[in-house]
Design a protein around this ligand. Sequence first.
Ligand code: ADP
Ligand code: MG
Length: 234
Amino acid sequence: MKELIIKQDHLLTVEKVAESISHEIRKPLTSVRGLLQMLKPHLVEMDAPVHYTNLALEELDRANDIIYEFLNTSKPKFSSREEVLVSKVLKDSVMICQSDSILANCSIEYLQNVSDQIVSIDIKQIKQVLLNIIKNAIEAIQESGKPELGSIVISSEEKNGSIVISIADNGIGMSDHTKEKLFSVFFTTKNRGTGIGLAVCNEIVSSHQGTIEFSSTQGLGSTFYIKLPVVQNM
Ligand code: ADP
Ligand code: MG
């Protein structure tokens, strides 16, 4: 028991150190980003190769993304639970993703169920899960390069004592290799991916006694199912 407590203390310290290192690294990254931005118009004026600066900016953004996503994984696991309507969380998440989806030429539709459900969740964490999965759906649609409008359909239902939230896209779909690996940390098939998103989602949903499942067909699209326990005695 004592050993367990010491281990937890140690973990907390590691999390704190990780968080401050991440913050400290982000500061110089932000400065370098600003300096490069200031340099850009001068390079254009001099007819110098501006694409090096653009590449450097993209790489800086990638480093920032990795730190941002890492920060979220290293957050303490003690989360606060609130009882909330599934529809509220889903509507909020869809709204947040609206501008990204418009830019990617795809629609996000939320099919609200007649019977709404209540879940007991850490709202911030579950929203993060939804945003990660919707972001992946948008990226899968962009990658598919299909000329028609992309579509993401979100719905929820109560099934066998669980609330099942499904997020379906008509994007690029997954190969068998991707299906095996997608929840592994740092697994990504994208040039600028971090491979952290789904690993974090899995961890958050597990800590809510839930599961994430998916089905996917290459070339047709993928659907993710987030299963969360139903709140009893309502
Ligand atoms: P990242 O998005 O940074 O690559 P993720 O952990 O979010 O990392 O996803 C891991 C991989 O799972 C992606 O690189 C992609 O290959 C696959 N993937 C996730 N969601 C989808 C989806 N909706 N459609 C197709 N592939 C997906
Ligand atoms: Mg992702």
